[in-house]
Design a protein around this ligand. Structure first.
Ligand code: GLY
Length: 355
C-alpha cells in the first residue's frame, strides 16, 4: 500500500484482525495508546488474546483538555524508554482525542512510525480516524500543532458503539448527515430515516460504512486539504463558533451538535449564495431541531459568533471562508458572504431555534 493509503477494515473479531495487521512488525516494537476510559471499556476486548499480552500499553488521561504537549511528551518518553524505532507500530484505541494525539506522536517520533487507529466512538470512526489529520491543542487553540500522517489501517469494530450514550451517537451522526449532504440525495434521505437507537442493525452499519467511504474518498483525493477536502468543512465554520461559544459560556455542547446547528445556518447561506433548494433547507432545519434540540443565541452572542468565525483558521485574509452546496451532492468551495448575509443567516438560525 502507498504512503497515503489506509486499509479500512470492518472487524467483528477484533483480536484476529489486530494479530493479522501486527504480523508485519517485530513483537518488541508494538505499542498501544489508550485513555483512562478506553483502558476500562475497550482494552479488555483486545487483551482477551494471549497473543497480544506483549504489547506495550501507554495510558493517558481521557478528554480533549489532555490532548496537549504534556501528554505528548509522556508518550515520546515512553517510546524512548522502551526502545521504539522508526519500524515500531502504535495502535491508537480511543475517540478522536486518542487518534489525534497518538497519530501525532507516531508522526513525529524518530520522524515517523506506523500507526493503526481503532476508533471507539461513532464520531471518531466517521471523522477523526480517517484521513490522517493528527495534532494537539496548544496555547489555548485547538489542533494548533499537528501533521498529516495517514494510518496504515483503521479497524472499525461497531460493537464498541453500542455502549455509547444517545448524545454521543447523535453527535457522531451529525458528521454522517454532512456526508449525506456532500454526496447524494438518496443516502441523505436514508439517513433521515435511520434509527440511532439500534446501532447493531445492518442499516446502521451500512450507513457508517457509506460515510467512511465518502470521507476516505475525499481525503485520499486531497490528503493535505488544498482543494476538495475543504468540502468536509461544511457546517463547521458556524459550528465551531457555536462550539467555542458554548465552552466560553460554560454550557458546553458536543462537537456534532454544534456541527448540526452549523449546518442550519450554512445551508441557509447556501440558498442565498448558491441556489441550494429552500425546501431541503427547511427539511434539514426541522430534522435538526427535532433531533438535536435548540441552541439559544442572545443579541450579544451574535457578535461573539462573528468574532469566532473571523478567526477561523480556514480563512485566508479578512474574509470568512465557507464550504456551501448548490444542491445535495453539488459542492461549492471557497464561498464568501457579505456582512448582511451573515446577519440574515443568524436571524434565520434564531427563528428556527424559536419555532
Ligand atoms: N474533519 C475534517 C477533515 O478531516 O478534513
Amino acid at each position: 500500500m502507498g504512503k497515503n493509503t489506509t486499509e479500512i477494515r470492518y472487524s467483528q473479531t477484533l483480536t484476529e484482525d489486530v494479530l493479522d495487521l501486527l504480523q508485519a512488525y517485530d513483537p518488541n516494537q508494538q505499542f498501544l495508546l489508550c485513555d483512562t476510559h478506553t483502558a476500562t471499556h475497550c482494552l479488555p476486548t483486545l487483551m482477551q488474546s494471549d497473543q497480544l499480552q506483549h504489547i506495550k500499553v501507554i495510558r493517558t488521561q481521557a478528554g480533549d483538555a489532555h490532548k496537549n504537549v504534556e501528554a505528548l511528551t509522556e508518550i515520546w518518553k515512553f517510546f524512548s524508554q522502551n526502545g521504539a524505532t522508526r519500524k515500531s507500530i502504535l495502535i491508537n484505541l480511543g475517540g478522536g482525542m486518542i487518534t489525534d494525539l497518538g497519530g501525532f506522536a507516531a508522526a513525529t517520533f524518530k520522524r515517523g512510525m506506523d500507526c493503526i487507529h481503532i476508533p471507539t466512538t461513532l464520531l471518531s470512526a466517521v471523522d477523526a480516524a480517517v484521513g490522517g489529520k493528527t495534532g494537539i491543542n496548544f496555547n489555548g487553540l485547538k489542533n494548533e500543532i499537528g501533521a498529516f500522517h495517514m494510518p496504515k489501517a483503521v479497524l472499525i469494530h461497531t460493537p464498541f458503539f453500542k455502549s455509547l450514550d444517545a448524545q454521543n451517537r447523535q453527535s457522531g451522526f451529525a458528521e454522517m448527515l454532512k456526508h449525506g449532504l456532500l454526496s447524494d440525495p438518496e443516502y441523505l434521505s436514508s439517513l433521515l430515516q435511520l434509527n440511532l437507537d439500534t446501532p447493531e442493525t445492518e442499516a446502521f452499519q451500512l450507513a457508517v460504512k457509506r460515510s467512511i467511504d465518502i470521507k476516505y474518498e475525499i481525503t485520499t483525493m486531497d490528503p493535505t486539504e488544498k482543494g476538495i477536502r475543504k468540502a468536509l468543512n461544511l457546517g463547521h465554520t458556524l459550528g465551531h463558533a457555536f462550539e467555542s461559544l458554548s465552552h466560553e459560556q460554560h454550557r458546553p455542547v458536543l462537537h456534532g451538535y454544534a456541527v448540526a446547528w452549523g449546518l442550519i445556518g450554512e445551508l441557509f447561506l447556501a440558498t442565498k449564495l448558491c441556489g441550494f433548494p429552500v425546501s431541503t433547507l427547511h427539511q434539514m432545519a426541522t430534522y435538526i431541531v427535532k433531533e438535536y434540540g435548540r441552541f439559544e443565541l442572545s443579541d450579544s452572542d451574535e457578535a461573539r459568533i462573528m468574532e469566532y468565525m473571523r478567526h477561523d483558521k480556514k480563512n485566508e485574509g479578512q474574509e470568512i471562508n465557507f464550504t456551501l452546496l448548490s444542491d445535495v451532492g453539488t459542492i461549492r468551495l471557497d464561498q464568501f458572504a457579505q456582512p448582511q448575509q451573515l446577519q440574515d443567516m443568524l436571524n434565520y438560525f434564531r427563528t428556527c431555534m424559536q419555532s
